[in-house]
Design a protein around this ligand. Structure first.
Ligand code: C5P
Ligand code: C5P
Ligand code: ZN
Length: 470
């Protein structure tokens, strides 16, 4: 079989060979949906290849974390969904013989290089839109296949990772991601189709699906519980089942078409901009082996469920789900999801009420301890586009990390990236100038900086963004 992404086939093969030669491997992954699915893909592939391993998660590969990793005494450490950006520090451990790193990542690489390294950016592919950490790990998994092993079923998790990293935000997965989707469809684990892109098609009762669709912002429906019910009741369809509202996923094609057409008509008549109307429909990714009506059936809902675990220090729960637990782990994840949702909506409400500070080239807010540092980036991204928050400027958010340090999350748009914005370079440079560290992607990046340096940091970020966009 041809490799799904030929550009990275050699790199993936070299990583796979090194892992096969190891007695045992420490697998370390990032704490978000992409990191968890990366770990799920890598762990399954290691297991099937008969390579003993232990899996752990980290928020960030800072010096403390690397110290802990080195102290475990593993000879070979497989990093997924991070590692490239920290290669300068990792290479130092390698040099002194602490461990051999194998890296499958899609973040912007640091200067140093290492032998076993697979990253789309090394081969001119876009790490923010064409391949995720889980996608890169999937290429490793394919390279790890031995006699009688077919890892293409792992394409489903790879797609959940890509969707979780918002790589489908232009409507569908592209480039290397699309090749992985194709393998998943061929392997019978994925199905794609044009459908409503609103979040919650599997699990939300119809009125809630529409009411909570704040991105779409359709007047009289979004953020309007009674409006959403009136709209649905006016369609002449039977949308209740024994008194309970049905979900989108329960509808037949005819019913879906009727609602979609009415939604689009309403949006047009209320002056919703064309690009936002187009965004109502996009490609959705269905995990066909999962139970219909569950979070796991839809890639977008699956990724949110995973974020609700690892971002709250329960990576074990998310990984268990990726490895197939549909019992206690799923139940626990659903509990975590409820509180994650509450945190997101409370955080978003706080940002909207408080507003943002505007600089020449950016806008920013400091949430202090009001928003957990692990989700402040999600909240910042969700806030963009709401009243008083400009789509035309990047947004930078601070949250408390510990007594001395602040966590920074920065989000831009693809339009700004096309104009030259590279938030990863900005976060990296501005953070190191104030004794912090940062990195990420062009469109979304982050950093850790000393609290006392926040003002100077913002000045530097403002200047750097100005230079990029100037
Ligand atoms: O560390 P990792 O690469 O997994 O995280 C990427 C982050 O970038 C995610 O939090 C994702 O939501 C964010 N992102 C974004 N907008 C994009 C692409 C990614 O906010 N267009
Ligand atoms: O934490 P947040 O979601 O804002 O991170 C956005 C992106 O920046 C992620 O891909 C994350 O891995 C990266 N990042 C980084 N170094 C940091 C903080 C975040 O590379 N210190
Ligand atoms: Zn990622």
């Amino acid at each position: 079989m041809d490799p799904p992404v030929p550009e990275l086939a050699d790199r993936a093969a070299r990583c796979a060979d090194r892992l096969r030669a190891a007695d045992e491997v420490l697998l370390v992954s990032h704490i978000d949906a992409d990191g968890l699915t990366s770990a799920g893909v890598a762990a399954t592939a290691l297991e099937r290849a008969g390579i003993p391993f232990e899996a752990t998660f980290a928020k960030q590969l800072d010096s403390e974390e690397l110290e802990r990793i080195a102290a475990t005494g593993y000879d070979v450490v497989l990093f997924t969904d991070f590692g490239s950006g920290q290669l300068d520090s990792i290479a130092a451990y390698e040099e002194r013989g602490a461990f051999t790193p194998v890296i499958c990542d899609h973040h912007q690489p640091a200067e140093a290089e290492t032998e076993f390294h697979c990253n789309p950016l090394q081969e001119g592919l876009n790490g923010a839109s064409e391949l995720s950490g889980a996608g890169t790990s999937y290429l490793l998994a394919r390279a790890l296949e031995g006699e009688g092993v077919d890892n293409r079923d792992l394409a489903a998790l790879a797609v959940v990772g890509a969707v979780g990293d918002m790589q489908a935000s232009d409507g569908e997965l592209e480039g290397a991601n699309a090749a992985i989707v194709e393998e998943g469809v061929a392997a019978g684990v994925l199905d794609t189709g044009a459908d409503l892109t609103l979040y919650g098609t599997q699990t939300r009762p119809l009125p809630k699906l529409l009411e909570y669709a704040s991105d779409a912002a359709i007047p009289g429906i979004s953020n309007d519980a009674n409006g959403a019910i009136r709209f649905l009741d006016g369609l002449g369809l039977d949308l209740r089942d024994g008194g309970e509202w049905r979900c989108w996923a329960d509808l037949n094609d005819e019913e879906k078409r009727t609602i979609t057409n009415a939604l689009v008509r309403r949006a047009v008549s209320r002056g919703v901009p064309a690009d936002r109307i187009d965004g109502l429909i996009g490609t959705t990714y269905t995990l066909v082996r999962e139970e219909p009506g569950t979070e796991l059936r839809d890639a977008s809902e699956f990724s949110t469920l995973l974020n609700a675990t690892a971002r709250y220090d329960r990576g074990d729960v998310g990984l268990a789900i990726c490895l197939g637990d549909r019992g206690p782990a799923l139940e626990e994840a659903r509990r975590l999801l409820r509180s994650h949702r509450r945190n997101l909506s409370e955080g978003l409400r706080w940002v909207k009420e408080t507003g943002v500070e505007s600089e020449e080239h950016l806008q920013w807010f400091d949430a202090g301890d009001r928003i957990p540092e692990t989700i402040v980036g999600i909240v910042a991204g969700m806030a963009v586009g709401s009243a008083g928050i400009d789509r035309g400027k990047p947004i930078v958010a601070f949250a408390e990390k510990n007594e001395d340090d602040a966590k920074v999350s920065a989000r831009g748009t693809h339009t700004l990236v096309r104009q030259g914005l590279n938030l990863s370079a900005v976060m990296g440079a501005a953070a190191s100038a104030v004794d912090g560290e940062g990195g990420g992607h062009d469109v979304a990046a982050g950093a850790t900086v000393p609290k006392a340096a926040r003002g100077e940091f913002i000045d530097r970020v403002d200047r750097l963004i100005g230079e990029q966009l100037g």
